[in-house]
Design a protein around this ligand. Structure first.
Ligand code: FAD
Length: 408
């Protein structure tokens, strides 16, 4: 009997790979192993709807239990793959048994980057990656008054917005000179600074956090190198993630900033694929090897790996896109803006509805849309078709950008 496909990690990417394998008509056994004790679920609500009680568990789970039985997906939760024995084509599970594979998919995701300062282990210092961590944050938010969020990236800002919406006092501490500096233009950073400040949060950039001070084991304040302290009975740390690449590295697979794969998402062992947050892949929209952390990337790579395993191998070239919801403002990003040399604005930032178009050597490489969903959809088309949009066309509201996308 064929060993089939084993998928390590039952998050967004692993789930998509399993479901897409069946949709592709794959008939062999599929085993989906996840170390968390839950059904595969979506992470985006964990910092927003779930904390705010607008989304319940049933909306967070990717599929109910029955789906896995119906699709003959052997879902193993609360268990961990501890080693890959490549010569024997099998993986070892923490619970004991070995599991053979014909194809192996590593969808191991990423884990929180830990804050390396004094006081980081005090009670009241929390992170947010998993459902269990979100449950804990939600519970602690009920009693906390002063929330300090360390990190002004997407997740930190989403938690800050949620906490502020719940009426808490919120301070965001960002080490860089502006919010989300690596991924958005200064105009977008300033917009978000004003948004959070306008809703009553305190935003401090160039904040060098040096200590979390406590009392009887509990966090009480966060101190900066400048000497300024901010009271805190809850400190949420959102300073990025580290890819879970150790399993691959220990098995002798190539790793860099994640598990290294080629344009077909294959690792240095052709029977092993890596997808989602853990995979460093060559991305045509970046013209470089990158590791992306988004639902789109996890889902599209899951589907691409499944197609390859089912015999429909194609280069991975999906347009990257991402969204973040903070208060009632939705930012949607298409493409990758790193390395841009010109940015123009369409729409009106004062009305909280505008898009920023990023160009590199006169070619459109990315678009950030704030409360302009139609711009985002058009942007994905423009990027996918490499449409010859100019900065002046992008900035001119009278130009119908949709008409510039190249049919293909
Ligand atoms: P993960 O979802 O991390 O899943 C990997 C799974 O593998 C984990 O459950 C892990 O425990 C398990 N695992 C790891 N090693 C092993 C092993 N050896 N054995 C068994 N299991 C293992 N993206 C957006 O596009 N928009 C958003 O608004 C957005 N909001 C987010 C909010 C939060 C709070 C977080 C944390 C993320 C958010 N993201 C958002 C990012 C998005 O959720 C991730 O990019 C996506 O979940 C990545 O999916 P993945 O399957 O690669 O990794």
């Amino acid at each position: 009997m064929a060993a089939g496909c084993v998928i390590v990690g039952a998050g967004q990417a692993g789930f998509e790979a399993a479901a897409a394998l069946r949709a592709e008509g794959y008939q062999e056994p599929i085993t989906l192993v996840g170390e968390e004790p839950h059904l595969p679920y979506q992470r985006p609500p964990l910092s927003k709807g779930y904390i705010l009680d607008t989304q319940g568990m049933d909306e967070i789970e990717l599929r109910p239990t029955q789906f896995f039985a119906d699709h003959r997906i052997d879902l193993v939760t609360n268990d961990r793959v501890t080693a890959i024995e490549r010569a024997e084509r099998r993986v070892r599970l923490a619970s004991g048994p070995a599991k053979s594979y014909d194809a192996l998919v590593l969808a191991c995701g990423a884990r929180n980057r830990l804050l390396p300062i004094d006081g980081a282990k005090l009670d009241g210092v929390v992170y947010l990656r998993t459902l269990d961590e979100s449950v804990a944050v939600k519970q602690r938010l009920k009693d906390a008054a002063d929330i300090v969020v360390i990190g002004g990236g997407f997740i930190g800002l989403e938690i800050a917005a949620s906490a502020r919406s719940l009426g808490k006092s919120v301070t965001v501490l960002e080490a860089q000179p502006r919010l989300m500096p690596r991924v958005v233009a200064p105009l977008v950073s300033s917009f978000y600074d004003a948004l959070h400040t306008g809703r009553g949060a305190t935003v401090v950039c160039e904040a060098s956090v040096c200590e979390i001070a406590g009392e009887r084991g509990r966090a009480r304040s966060v101190r900066l190198a400048s000497g300024v302290s901010y009271p805190a009975d809850l400190v949420v740390v959102g300073i990025g993630v580290v890819p879970n690449a150790e399993l691959a590295r220990d098995a002798g697979l190539e790793t860099g900033n994640g598990i290294a794969v080629d344009e077909y998402l294959q690792t240095s062992d052709a029977s092993i694929y890596a997808i989602g947050d853990c995979a460093e892949h060559p991305n045509p929209y970046a013209n470089a090897r990158v590791r992306l952390e988004s639902v789109q990337n996890a889902a599209d790579q899951g589907r691409a790996a499944a197609a390859a395993i089912a015999g429909r191998r194609a280069k991975y070239n999906a347009v990257p896109w991402f969204w973040t919801d903070q208060f009632d403002v939705r930012l949607q990003m298409a493409g990758l803006s790193q390395g841009y040399d010109e940015a123009v604005t369409r729409g009106n930032p004062d009305a909280q509805k505008f898009s920023v178009y990023y160009f590199k050597q006169a070619a459109l490489i990315a678009v950030d849309s704030i409360n302009r969903p139609a711009d985002h959809i058009v942007a994905r088309r423009l990027l996918a078709s490499h449409a010859p949009v100019t900065p002046s066309q992008a900035a001119d509201e009278t130009v119908n950008l949709k008409s510039l996308s190249v049919p293909g």
